[in-house]
Design a protein around this ligand. Structure first.
Ligand SMILES: C[S@@+](CC[C@H](N)C(=O)[O-])C[C@H]1O[C@@H](n2cnc3c(N)ncnc32)[C@H](O)[C@@H]1O
Length: 322
């Protein structure tokens, strides 16, 4: 039989219960986390929503306000959590996170060490990747950040998979009790080179380390230190390009925009645009079979507000001495 439910990963849970965290989705850029309580009410610009109407509904459900407008209730997956969590620090975003999880070779059952915890954005994805039998040990020297991270891991349902400890990793290194136990180590620290010798002791033979740094000077210093114990040292910058894809009707000399998000959002008026051609960066796919005067086209172009440089990711594998 296929597994349909899991206590460890809320994203596999299908029905909303009293006390659950859900992501209330209006549009891809308007979302918020809400704890469901049987007497709770959500208010937004579209009216009131009673939480009692949500309980028992499947995750992904469309729910209506007193004014007949709607939102979607989504599972707090690591991908969505990264977009809605409260920022107590700079955080890692999905492009870097996915690259880190892949290149650190994080799979179910792995033991991963991380410092600093920060806002727990990466930790939440690491937790899901090691579930159900692995563990993430996360360290931050800032006590309040550690407290908030633990609270967030409780809310998102990953607390049994992540342990947060308060520790100065640059000054003290990782704790001896974890020596030789880590499949991978991730560093997001201002002076990562100080933590590299300790990270090397924590890793199993063939284990992988990753260090995230916003500045190339930090990368250079880290690589100098990595050379004594590590091989396969490589640095990447991950740049993500998001596309806007819109269905439009082309009439003589005019294109009328029909934005999917606007449709989703209770049917706001589509914007009028001037004639758009390939020269304006749009890739155009015509519906040539259309017999009407207006031709339907699907247009795609890179979003103007794409995120630029976040940081450099340096990966290295512990040299095998045996
Ligand atoms: C940029 S944040 C990490 C963000 C995290 N990767 C995320 O995705 O949410 C860096 C964190 O490192 C912590 N930090 C800085 N120096 C540290 C040290 N010596 N030992 C442990 N943590 C440290 C800071 O308190 C901060 O929370």
């Amino acid at each position: 039989m296929l597994p349909t439910d899991s206590k460890k990963a809320l994203s596999f849970k299908r029905c909303i219960e009293d006390g659950d965290l859900v992501i209330v989705y209006e549009r891809h850029d308007v979302m918020k986390p809400v704890k469901v309580t049987k007497d709770g009410v959500l208010q937004n610009r579209f009216g009131f929503y009673k939480h009692s109407d949500w309980i028992g509904k499947p995750l992904g459900a469309k729910v209506f306000s007193n004014k007949g407008k709607f939102v979607y209730l989504l599972a707090p997956t690591p991908e969505l959590w990264t977009l809605v969590l409260s920022h107590r620090t700079q955080i890692l975003y999905i492009a870097d996170i996915s690259f880190v999880v892949m290149y650190l070779e994080v799979v179910p059952g792995c033991v991963v060490l991380e410092s600093g915890t920060g806002s727990g954005s990466l930790s939440t994805s690491l937790a899901r990747a090691v579930a159900p039998t692995g563990h993430v040990y996360s360290f931050d020297f800032h006590e309040q950040r550690a407290v908030c991270a633990r609270e967030d891991f409780e809310k998102t349902g990953v607390c049994s998979l992540v342990t947060v400890e308060v520790r100065d990793i640059q000054g003290q290194g990782f704790p001896e009790k974890l020596e030789g136990l880590a499949d991978s180590v991730f560093l997001d620290l201002p002076q990562p080179w100080l933590a590299v010798p300790s990270a090397a002791k924590m890793l199993k033979e063939d284990g992988v380390l990753c260090s995230f740094s916003p500045c190339i000077e930090q990368v250079q210093r880290t690589c100098e230190v990595l050379r004594s114990d590590f091989i396969e040292i490589r640095t990447f910058e991950v740049l993500l390009r998001t596309y806007e894809v819109k269905e439009m009707k082309v009439e003589t000399g005019a294109v009328i925009g029909e934005n999917h998000d606007e449709k989703e959002n209770g049917g706001q008026r589509p914007s009028k645009r001037k004639h758009v051609s390939n020269e304006d960066d749009y890739a155009v796919s015509h519906d040539n079979n259309s017999s009407t005067a207006a031709t339907s086209v699907v247009m795609a172009r890179p979003c103007s507000e794409a995120r630029g440089h976040t940081g450099y990711l340096t990966f290295a594998r512990l040299q095998c001495l045996s």
